[in-house]
Each structure stands twice: as structure tokens, then as C-alpha cells.
Design a protein around this ligand. Structure first.
Ligand code: FES
Length: 194
């Protein structure tokens, strides 16, 4: 090979190297397409899995803040001969958002005008004090502002705007059950608030 041919050959080699160094148009290869599919799949699965978690997290906020349950007051037989209101303590569970509160509430079992068993809330409808039964007076007498109520819960005197609040009852297998609820204070009509 003479000098001229060598030079031409060298130039051809350099040109070929320049061509190889020049970046051409980039097409997504099979790997990047699979990567994209995997990414979409992972995002979709993540979104699907997060739905129950989000629902679980929001449930206390979206659900009713308080669920009312039935509590047992005892055998109806126990109350067959009562002559004055009988106090019973029940355990009430309340749910407020994510918090669960358990408290003990006093309920009075008494008799209505036609002799049927009734349950009264001991929370005063005036400002919420707990009303005890006063055996000597034969009345419920609220210690806060001396509101007085008859044995069946009717308002006798004082600042309370209405009678004591009657709770829903039912008899199940010979046992008296009560559904405990809270009522708005300072209003003349009974309004459930929880
Ligand atoms: S809170 Fe009962 S009379 Fe005022």
C-alpha cells in the first residue's frame, strides 16, 4: 500500500469513528417499555390497596359520631313491686372520631300512669346536673337549682324547661333493656343530640 492509499484509508477510518460518535435519534427500547408498564402496574396496585386504608382512616369521621346500643337493666321481675324509682347503673360506650369513651350512667326505672315500666335519664334537662331521687320528699330534686320532678319524671317546679327525659326501652327474654341517649338541655322539647 502506497502513502496516498494509506492516507485515504486513515481518513475513512476517522470518518467512520466520527459517525459512530454522533448520537442518533433515540427510540424507546423493549426494556424501557416494560419498565413503563411495570411503573403503571405498581401505581395502579398501590392506588387499589390504599382505598381500604383510606376508608378505614376516614370511617370515624364519616360515620355517626355516636352509636347507641341497648343496655341491660335487669329482670323485669325485679321491678314488679317497686314503689319508688329504682336506680340502675349502666355502661355506655361512645365513639367520637377515633376515640372510644366508656362511662357509667345512672338510669331510673319507674312506672308510668298505666303501670308500664319506663326508664328515665338522670341528666337534668336544665344544665345537665345529675338528679337524685329524694325518698323523703317523694320527688326527684336536682341539687344544682332545685328543679323538682315527680316519680314519673314530670316537671313539678324549678328552672328546668321540661320533664326528665324518658329513654327508649324494650323487654327481651324477660329482661328490661334501655337505649341510652343524650338530649339537648335548656330547650322545652326533647331533642336527641347523641
Ligand atoms: S341543672 Fe338541674 S335544676 Fe339546674
Amino acid at each position: 500500500m502506497d502513502g496516498k492509499a494509506k492516507t485515504m484509508n486513515h481518513e475513512l477510518v476517522q470518518e467512520r469513528e466520527r459517525e459512530l460518535d454522533t448520537p442518533g435519534p433515540v427510540f424507546p427500547g423493549r426494556r424501557s417499555f416494560l419498565g413503563m408498564l411495570l411503573g403503571i402496574g405498581a401505581v395502579s396496585v398501590g392506588a387499589l390497596l390504599s382505598v381500604p386504608l383510606v376508608r378505614f382512616a376516614l370511617h370515624p369521621v364519616l360515620a355517626r359520631t355516636t352509636e347507641t346500643a341497648w343496655s341491660d337493666l335487669g329482670e323485669t321481675e325485679e321491678f314488679s313491686s317497686i314503689t319508688s324509682p329504682a336506680k340502675r347503673l349502666i355502661t355506655v360506650e361512645q365513639r367520637d372520631g377515633w376515640r372510644k369513651m366508656v362511662s357509667e350512667k345512672a338510669v331510673y326505672v319507674t312506672r308510668g300512669a298505666n303501670g308500664q315500666l319506663r326508664a328515665l335519664s338522670s341528666i337534668c334537662p336544665h344544665l345537665g346536673c345529675s338528679i337524685p331521687w329524694n325518698e323523703g320528699k317523694g320527688q326527684f330534686v336536682c341539687p344544682c337549682h332545685v328543679g323538682a320532678f315527680a316519680p314519673d319524671g314530670a316537671l313539678i317546679s324549678g328552672p328546668p324547661p321540661r320533664a326528665m327525659d324518658e329513654l327508649e326501652t324494650r323487654i327481651e327474654d324477660g329482661r328490661l333493656k334501655v337505649r341510652y341517649q343524650y338530649f339537648r338541655q335548656l330547650v322545652p322539647t326533647k331533642e336527641v343530640i347523641a
